[in-house]
Design a protein around this ligand. Structure first.
Ligand code: COA
Length: 333
């Protein structure tokens, strides 16, 4: 009998419509195109329009992913959504997607893992599907980071943008070996102060993230960029090696790395530590910036559309985010 493997049956993505270039930012904050490109590789990012919401951005991707997988909404048994920026606190972002699709009965929940939200959700779906091979899972990940950042803070405003995507996942019982080979998630809450979003209730003072009396705009992402850089590279490298070892795959057998798109220097350093040539690494951080949980679906969708990821490709997807959280998924596409 063939081993049940979960598989991403389709992937689609969408971003905000409003293009914001480095020069646009330099008109309002003390920064410049040269600095941003040199330190981050980002040239532009996209924001959702005023008066629209996170779900308006991801719904076109949800509908396309369902179409491409030839799956009707009512066939979805579970919706798992990784986001920080759903339209409402309750219903969850997953519940609102369920409502917008008009489906009844499926379980729907959010998980909160910041930038790692999409791959955390893929990992949850993988475990569900392997227990329940008839299940079809809709995985959605992405963020409208423009809604939770201080646009006057140059240490974060230059980095982030809005984007997201969706995947339909189901079982592959064919025995052809395609699907998720290994997927792991990790967390280090004790390092939370390095990259966090407050609930604007004083708890960040309780945890020592902020000093009493230290003012900051409510509910905006706060980051110690230098520290995050180092821990991101190290964590993704170590996790990638663990996941490769678990699957029995050699680094040389990776066809494509589709990494979290936070900063070109993080991507280059990680690729070099893993001994993988940049020609085998998909990069679009230059056009989207860091879209948090949206980076993997945006990059994977493009890598598939451009034929870089093709049937049978061995794809490594490392991600790192606030919280701190990180994870790696290895799959045969
Ligand atoms: N524009 C222009 N100058 C800036 C700037 C900006 N947006 N931000 C900082 N600077 C200045 C600093 O003030 C500093 O000036 P100084 O040398 O005169 O003191 C100089 O640039 C270097 O700052 P530094 O913070 O050391 O730069 P860096 O090389 O570490 O790059 C980040 C900063 C944020 C780009 C980098 O640390 C980073 O990408 N970290 C990871 C962040 C990340 O990916 N987070 C999300 C993970 S999911």
């Amino acid at each position: 009998m063939s081993k049940v493997r979960s598989q991403i049956l389709s992937i689609a993505a969408n971003s905000g419509d409003v293009v914001v270039t480095n020069d646009d930012l330099a008109k309002v904050i003390d920064t410049n195109d040269e600095w941003i490109v040199k330190r981050t590789g980002i040239r532009e990012r996209r924001y959702i329009e005023d008066g629209t919401y996170w779900s308006d951005m991801v719904m076109p991707a949800v509908e396309k992913a369902l179409d491409d997988a030839k799956t009707k909404p009512e066939e979805i048994g579970l919706i798992v959504t990784g986001t920080l920026t759903g339209d409402l606190e309750m219903p969850s972002a997953a519940g609102l997607i369920q409502a917008r699709l008009g489906v009844m009965g499926a379980g729907a929940f959010n998980l909160q893992a910041a930038c790692s939200g999409f791959l955390y959700s893929v990992t949850v779906a993988d475990r569900f599907i392997r227990c329940e091979p008839d299940l079809k899972v809709l995985v959605v990940g992405g963020d409208a980071v423009s809604r939770i950042m201080d646009k006057m803070d140059r240490s974060t405003a230059v980095l982030f943008g809005d984007g997201g995507g969706a995947a339909v996942m189901g079982a592959n019982t064919s025995g052809d070996g395609r699907g998720i080979l290994s997927s792991r998630i990790y967390s280090s809450g004790e390092h939370g102060a390095m990259l966090y979003l407050s609930a604007d209730n004083g708890a960040d003072i309780k945890y020592g993230y902020r000093k009493p009396g230290e003012e900051m705009p409510p509910r905006t992402v706060q980051m110690r960029g230098n520290e995050v850089f180092k821990i991101a590279v190290h964590s993704m490298e170590r996790a990638s090696i663990e996941v490769l070892e678990e699957a029995g795959i050699d680094k040389d057998d990776i066809d494509v790395i589709v990494p979290h798109q936070a900063n070109i220097r993080i991507i280059q350093t990680l690729a070099s530590r893993l001994g993988v040539d940049m020609e085998r690494v998909y990069v679009n951080v230059d056009r989207f910036g860091n879209t948090s949980a949206g980076t993997i679906p945006l990059a994977l969708t493009e890598a598939v559309e451009q034929g870089m990821v093709k049937e049978g490709s061995t794809v490594l997807m490392p991600v790192f985010g606030g919280g701190l959280t990180w994870g790696v998924t290895l799959m045969k596409w």
